[in-house]
Design a protein around this ligand. Structure first.
Ligand code: ZN
Length: 330
């Protein structure tokens, strides 16, 4: 109790601002140069207007966050990325969509309208349910929501065609990587030129699913069954993605880890991240302890930079925020 009072005294929350002077959020992101002119951006929990279980930079509209906060976070992210966001309604499918011609219909966020509009508000929006997106246009940031699932970002530097897909267990089983690469090929991309990178995701040590699911998954993706830190059967979704990328003819995979690792170290004294760790109940209250507990900086469950559905569930929560992994050609 006395510790808590002491913390409250020294941590004046009004001094830890994730907004600019006008109250607009400033999302803290990790950029990766994937290919000439093509940038991948991972958002973090830092630099947004969401509060409570969604703190602070939730970009997803489906889990019950305040729509005004989600909208502000998205607008600020688009501004920071210097691009318009193309989002889809993700359903763990194997469906990829070409957003080139259809993009203008649903401004400002493409085809995901969750959380940011009230029913009956203006023209009826077009919602696209998909888990992969492809474009040949510049200035459109394809975005994939995640909170443990794996985002995979792809670019053919020669044609400028980019793609993004959302690879959870079921999306992988449904072949979303193959579908996304196939659509890029239809538009003129050549898999031998495609450069890919794998975004933040829950790792094989942390993603426990039980024997039945792990055995079924391993039949589709050999050698991806794991034994987790919790002692049960798990799966490695990043390994599975590598298998399907290889099947699709994509062999150039850039590792996002060094940049993510550097960003994690850089943020190990960040007051906003310290405050989130102190208050989220999803692990030790000390940021130092959280950072020391990381064995894989790309793992969403281990790294407090990101939202993790599993980590939130283990903490007894019923909802959590979503990050976005973006890819854009400028
Ligand atoms: Zn992990």
């Amino acid at each position: 109790m006395s510790d808590e009072q002491y913390d409250d005294e020294i941590l004046d929350s009004s001094k830890i601002s994730s907004t600019d002077r006008d109250g607009n959020p400033i999302p803290v992101t990790i950029p990766i140069a994937l290919a000439p002119g093509v940038t991948v951006v991972y958002t973090t929990r830092l630099g947004g207007l969401s509060t409570g279980d969604f703190g602070n930079c939730n970009l997803g509209g489906k889990s019950g966050d305040d729509p005004a906060a989600v909208l502000s976070n998205r607008v600020a992210l688009a501004e920071a990325a210097g691009a318009r966001l193309s989002l889809v309604s993700q359903v763990h499918s194997g469906i990829a969509v070409d957003v080139d011609d259809a993009f203008e219909i649903n401004t400002p966020f493409g085809f995901d309208v969750s959380g940011t509009r009230t029913p009956g508000d203006g023209d009826a929006p077009t919602v696209k349910e998909a888990d992969g997106q492809v474009t040949s246009r510049s200035g459109i940031a394809l975005g994939m929501f995640a909170a443990d699932c794996l985002p995979v970002l792809l670019a053919d530097p020669e044609t400028g065609i980019i793609g993004a897909c959302h690879c959870g267990r079921r999306g992988l089983e449904n072949g979303v990587i193959g579908a996304t690469v196939e659509l890029m090929k239809l538009k003129g991309a050549d898999p031998s030129r495609i450069v890919a990178t794998l975004g933040p995701r829950i790792c094989g040590d942390c993603y426990e699913v039980g024997d039945e699911i792990a055995d079924k998954f391993e039949k589709r993706f050999p050698l991806t069954k794991t034994t987790t830190r919790f002692g049960g059967a798990g799966i490695d979704i990043a390994e599975a993605a590598m298998i399907d990328l290889a099947f699709a003819g994509v062999s150039k995979v850039v590792d996002s880890m060094p940049r993510v690792h550097a960003a994690t170290q850089y943020l190990d004294h960040d007051p906003e991240l310290a405050e989130l760790c102190r208050t989220d109940g999803e692990g030790p209250a000390s940021l130092d302890e959280r950072i020391e507990g990381i064995s894989r900086s790309m793992c969403t469950l281990e790294n407090p930079l990101w939202y993790s559905h599993r980590r939130a569930a283990l903490a007894g929560k019923t909802h959590e925020g979503r990050m976005l992994a973006l890819i854009v050609r400028h």
